[in-house]
Design a protein around this ligand. Structure first.
Ligand SMILES: [Zn+2]
Length: 234
């Protein structure tokens, strides 16, 4: 086999290996993205639980302020009751006191309902916090495993790329450029042997004279049909 062909085939096998390693590295990405998504979802759930607690606490504060106000009012009404003398005024004052007492009782029971809801909502916050912590712990282990796998793949890639550079140096510049151009546009190989009288990739037959030149000189030619590099097998 012609040395050019040999060097080119060595380079091609390095390139295919590099491509395979790069695919393996890319294969680690979806898991990282999935972990990130799960982490974000858990964080958002916790934020929502916090928001619900904050809203309920606001309602609680407002109701507590209203109750305090109504209590004062009620106490004033009760005090006034002692000062009224006339029957008609007394009846009105008692009705006012009763009405305020009922309103206060309703507000107190509404406050109890809020307090119960707050207990539940704070429990939900704690559950979300625990879930987030568990997820982070679980992901920490997994991220380390992925990072370790990435380091291994990167080391492998670095070694391969160095070997590739060595192979590339053994190839004449214009041929290397041609090869790189063809390779970057394709997913499979770029260099194929003639198969019988035809291109080993697309099976289009190559004129006899051209084949003879390829066999005699060991030259590497571009297939006019599919654009790969072809060489004669001697
Ligand atoms: Zn072809």
């Amino acid at each position: 086999m012609h040395p050019d062909v040999q060097a080119l085939l060595a380079l091609q096998s390095e390139d295919l290996a590099i491509r395979e390693i790069e695919a393996r590295r890319a294969g680690l990405e979806p898991r990282l993205r999935e972990m990130e998504r799960a982490r974000r979802a858990a964080g958002e759930a916790l934020a929502r639980a916090h928001e619900l607690v904050a809203a309920e606490e606001k309602a609680q504060r407002e109701l507590q302020a209203r109750i305090a106000q109504h209590k004062q009012l009620h106490e004033r009404n009760v005090a006034q009751l002692d000062t009224v003398r006339r029957m008609k005024e007394a009846t009105a004052a008692v009705a006012q006191v009763e009405q305020a007492r009922r309103m206060l009782a309703e507000e107190e029971s509404a406050l109890q309902a809020i307090t119960r809801r707050l207990t539940e909502l704070r429990g939900a916050v704690e559950a979300q916090e625990r879930a987030l912590l568990e997820l982070e712990e679980q992901q920490r282990v997994e991220r380390e495993a992925v990072a370790e796998a990435q380091r291994e793949v990167d080391a492998e890639l670095a070694t391969r790329r160095e070997a590739r550079a060595g192979s590339a140096r053994r190839i004449e510049r214009s041929l290397l450029q041609k090869y790189d151009r063809i390779r970057s546009a394709r997913t499979g190989g770029a260099v194929f042997p003639l198969r019988g009288p035809s291109c080993g990739h697309c099976d289009t037959s190559v004129p006899l004279q051209r084949r003879n030149v390829m066999a005699a000189r060991g030259s590497i030619e571009v297939c006019e049909t599919c654009g790969v590099l072809m060489y004669a097998v001697s």
